[in-house]
Write a protein that binds this ligand. Structure first.
Ligand SMILES: Cc1ncc(COP(=O)(O)O)c(C=O)c1O
Length: 394
């Protein structure tokens, strides 16, 4: 969807010299606080802190928003990734393809499920998994006796949906399940589908600073298959059947409590407005910075009409430390996601493929994320851009 297709959105009014925060959960809280206080009272009154009505309320709202057939609220984004792999019975020797440039939770989830991660390089423009490199690695695995290619885990980095078209083609050809890591991309779209309906299994996180965050840990699995939803509801309660006593499969405590579900439900009620402002801020950044700095592409490779959830706004800069220091002196906070690719981390370096992952390595040296949240004003974005342009021009 091009920017011009979005209705104009009013950003909040704040002077350009007002303090700039990288995220701003306080400003957001002010708009939902009265509703949350009513929610606390309801929960204290009914007393069902686990499995209260807020859980199914949130699950229904998530389905209504995304178009997923089912949603299962769980304890974190990491659990949302691990649980489907437990349910699908992955284990020793089952290969799951993951990008080498993502948060460590993606690969931890594969290992916690007992499967083997196979790292894939990224597309330098989108920072997301490269479908061509995926195919190359799938073919390599097919030549190895000790590994069976089972699944691919695309990650929607910074909010931009991965190339589900390109990855889907490879997955269909080699019989791979797609488990989407959408921890950073709730609210993103590709084609005419929302994140949550782009893969048969999608994991998202409600970590407080995510596009849809709670006030603690939480997450959800969205699925296009009702049967998977039923299985995951059993897994989140120690693999029990309807009686919640006898385990009929292996499971864990993967529940999201009533309070977190209530918070996320309330945040969903302001989500569309916040999403519109994120998109408007993204467009402003692009207007000021395009042509001078390299910005994460708005499009995945083949699904040309994808729309980022705008969880983070990320540029590439050489001489990153100097640029960061100059911005910091001007009161402009920045952050780096991520300065070490996964195959270079001590816990995962034995999965480092021969020849490394050149694009993951280059990205980790150059990426810089600028403030991105719905409570930035046009003046503040202008000030950030002036700072960036001044710093990169030297
Ligand atoms: C890409 C990615 N995957 C998974 C996770 C894990 O989510 P959680 O922290 O809710 O377990 C995160 C959280 O930061 C993430 O960014």
């Amino acid at each position: 969807m091009a920017d011009s297709e979005h209705a104009p959105v009013d950003l909040i009014e704040l002077a350009s010299d007002a303090p700039i925060r990288f995220f701003d959960l306080k400003a957001q809280q002010a708009s939902i606080r009265p509703a949350l206080e009513t929610r606390w009272t309801d929960i204290l009154d009914h007393g069902r802190y686990i499995g209260g009505p807020e859980v199914s309320e949130l699950e229904q709202k998530l389905c209504a928003f995304t178009g997923a057939a089912d949603a299962v609220a769980v304890g974190s984004g990491t659990q949302a990734l691990v649980m489907p792999m437990i349910g699908l019975g992955y284990g020793y020797g089952d290969a799951v393809f993951v990008p080498g440039f993502t948060y460590n939770a993606s690969v931890n989830a594969v290992l916690l499920a007992g499967a083997t991660p196979v790292f894939v390089d990224i597309n330098p423009k989108t920072f997301n998994m490269c479908p061509e490199d995926l195919e190359r690695r799938v073919k390599q695995v097919a030549r190895q006796r000790n590994l069976r290619a089972k699944a691919v885990m695309p990650v929607d980095l910074y909010g931009l949906p991965a190339d589900y078209e390109g990855i889907g083609t490879v997955a269909d050809q080699y019989g791979l399940e797609i488990i989407s890591d959408a921890a950073q991309s709730f609210g993103g779209q590709s084609g005419n589908k929302w994140v949550g309906a782009l893969a048969s299994i999608t994991a998202t996180s409600f970590y407080p600073t995510k596009t849809l965050g709670g006030y603690g840990d939480g997450g959800a699995i969205l699925t296009t298959d009702k049967g998977i939803g039923d299985m995951l509801r059993s897994i989140r309660w120690h693999g029990t059947g309807e009686d919640r006593k006898n385990s009929i499969r292996v499971g864990l405590n993967g529940r999201c409590d009533s309070i977190q579900c209530a918070v996320v439900s309330e945040k969903l009620s302001i989500f569309e407005a916040e999403r519109g402002r994120r998109l408007a801020i993204d467009a402003l950044y692009r207007k000021h910075l395009s042509g001078v700095v390299e910005i994460q592409s708005r499009f995945s490779d083949s699904a040309m009409n994808s729309t980022s959830a705008c969880g983070l706004f990320t540029i590439r800069v050489s001489d990153r430390d100097r640029v960061r220091a100059e911005l910091s002196e001007q009161g402009i906070p920045t952050s780096i996601y991520y300065d070490t690719p996964l195959h270079r981390m001590p816990a995962f370096e034995h999965f480092n493929p021969a020849g490394g992952l050149p694009e993951c390595e280059r990205a980790s040296e150059e990426v810089l994320s600028l403030p991105m949240h719905p409570y930035l004003s046009e003046g503040q974005v202008g000030r950030i851009c002036e700072g960036v342009l001044g710093a990169v021009r030297g």
